[in-house]
Design a protein around this ligand. Structure first.
Ligand SMILES: Cc1cc2nc3c(=O)[nH]c(=O)nc-3n(C[C@H](O)[C@H](O)[C@H](O)COP(=O)(O)OP(=O)(O)OC[C@H]3O[C@@H](n4cnc5c(N)ncnc54)[C@H](O)[C@@H]3O)c2cc1C
Length: 413
């Protein structure tokens, strides 16, 4: 294992304050900043355990909800380290955008995942043996100490190190021989950073379905090396399993839906959990009223994930009120959102563009319902997304090649 550049236990930011506010995200970014350069490149692959997150940013929960934006993070890191020293970290931030763009151009992959997930959940109701194996995995009773520990971390804290996620998914698929779709579903219900594209496509990648025939195999020796020997599941893992196959699925890419523009000078603004930083939206009109669409919980209502999300939504409402000097109610259903929008008397409601997934589907329903009343729901895509998503037609390499240009466009090179 590569040596750590510092004594992690002496770092004040070893433990993460997982509070769902923009202020907590910004504080984490500032604390992590000194470690985002060469130290990150050298040490990021080690999972040092939940008490020591000094070698990674742990910013994903705030980035996934856009409590802080990718642009802010890259800009701060560029200002501190410059491109050469921070390239690895910056690349990782762009992986999030790559996955989003990739899925946006291939929504059929998500549709297939959802069909499979529902069918498999039904099967679990009928197949007692599968139900038992699944239950042992989800309650951390497999007897594989590292896996059982990560289950507890996931279901209590709602966060796992990237390498632990890879090992976890690999063990789930190839050692426990459970359907990957149910593993992705389990992650999505518990992760503070639950993100449709990063999660679904990373599980597919581990299974060998993203890059055909290339799967990720968790090895005991690798786990031992990168967990500071906290775990060594020697003899417990299936290390020679073959990649998964699936029935034919058109992999596109299809066309990217176009971003929309506002025509009116006065609009309503509707936020949602995919983008909680209204202050930096590309708005060209005065906001006359605002609201936040709060959708039903996915995952345990009282779990860490939904606690984080609810706090994040309240935080966003408070900032909405300050930024635009309007009341910003929480709207708990599409019907509430429709009534709120019609009550404003505006001809246009602006909303951040939601990438393919549950929020986008709800917004599509709302758009149709508003259209009946001649009100346009205008989905505003951020320049960051418009620049990165079209680069996700193939592998990550195409986007990676363009990184210097992308960063230069942000005004940093
Ligand atoms: C099976 C599996 C499921 C995953 N599910 C999710 C998910 O639901 N939500 C999610 O945000 N990430 C997911 N990831 C990606 C990655 O594990 C997390 O983004 C990362 O662990 C977050 O830790 P960090 O903030 O310390 O990242 P850092 O290493 O500090 O990287 C900085 C930022 O870059 C982005 N990033 C880093 N690695 C990745 C990656 N591999 N893919 C996409 N973005 C990345 C994140 O926004 C992260 O905050 C998954 C990975 C795997 C293998």
């Amino acid at each position: 294992m590569s040596p750590l550049p510092f004594d992690p236990t002496s770092q004040p930011f070893s433990r993460v304050d997982w509070t769902g506010t923009r202020a907590a995200g910004l504080a984490r970014l500032e604390a992590f900043l000194p470690a985002a350069g060469t130290a990150y490149t050298r040490t990021r692959n080690s999972d040092l355990g939940p008490d020591d997150r000094s070698n990674v940013s742990a910013l994903s929960p705030w980035l996934a909800r856009r409590l802080i934006t990718e642009e802010e993070v890259v800009s701060r890191v560029m200002a501190s380290h410059g491109f050469v020293k921070a390239e690895k970290f910056i690349q990782e931030v762009y992986w999030r955008s790559y996955w989003k763009g990739w899925l946006e151009m291939r929504p059929q992959v998500l549709a297939r995942f959802n069909q499979d997930r529902l069918a498999l959940n039904q099967l679990v109701g009928e197949d007692h043996e599968l139900a038992q194996r699944l239950s042992r995995a989800k309650t951390g009773e497999t007897g594989i100490a590292c896996f059982d520990t990560w289950v507890r971390e996931l279901t209590t804290l709602g966060w796992l190190h990237n390498h632990a996620r890879m090992w976890f998914a690999s063990i789930w698929i190839f050692t426990l021989e459970l359907p990957w779709q149910l593993g992705a579903d389990f992650f999505f219900k518990h992760l503070l950073d639950a993100d449709v594209a990063s999660n679904t496509l990373s599980w597919r990648w581990v299974a060998g379905l993203h890059t055909k025939g290339k799967h990720y195999v968790a090895r005991a020796s690798n786990i031992e090396t990168h967990t500071s020997a906290r775990f060594n599941p020697v003899g417990q893992l299936s290390e020679s399993a073959l990649p998964l196959n699936e029935p034919f699925l058109e992999m596109g890419p299809g066309t990217l839906p176009t971003g929309e523009i506002l025509f009116e000078e006065r609009v309503g603004l509707l936020l949602h959990g995919d983008d909680l930083h209204p202050e930096s939206l590309p708005l060209t009109a005065k906001v006359m009223g605002a609201g936040l669409l709060r959708l039903p919980e996915i995952g345990p209502a009282a779990g860490a994930k939904n606690k984080f999300l609810r706090r994040a939504e309240e935080d966003a409402c408070t900032r909405l009120e300050h930024a635009f000097n309007v009341d910003a109610p929480l709207l708990s259903s599409l019907e509430d959102a429709l009534n709120w929008a019609l009550g404003l008397g505006m001809r246009e409601i602006a909303t951040p563009y939601a990438p393919v997934g549950p929020i986008a589907w709800h917004l599509a329903d709302l758009k149709r319902a508003l259209a009946v009343h001649s009100v346009r729901l205008v989905r505003l895509r951020r320049p960051w997304d418009s620049r990165t998503w079209p680069l996700a037609t193939g592998g990550f390499f195409k986007l990676k090649e363009k990184l210097p240009n992308l960063v230069r466009d942000l005004g940093h090179l």
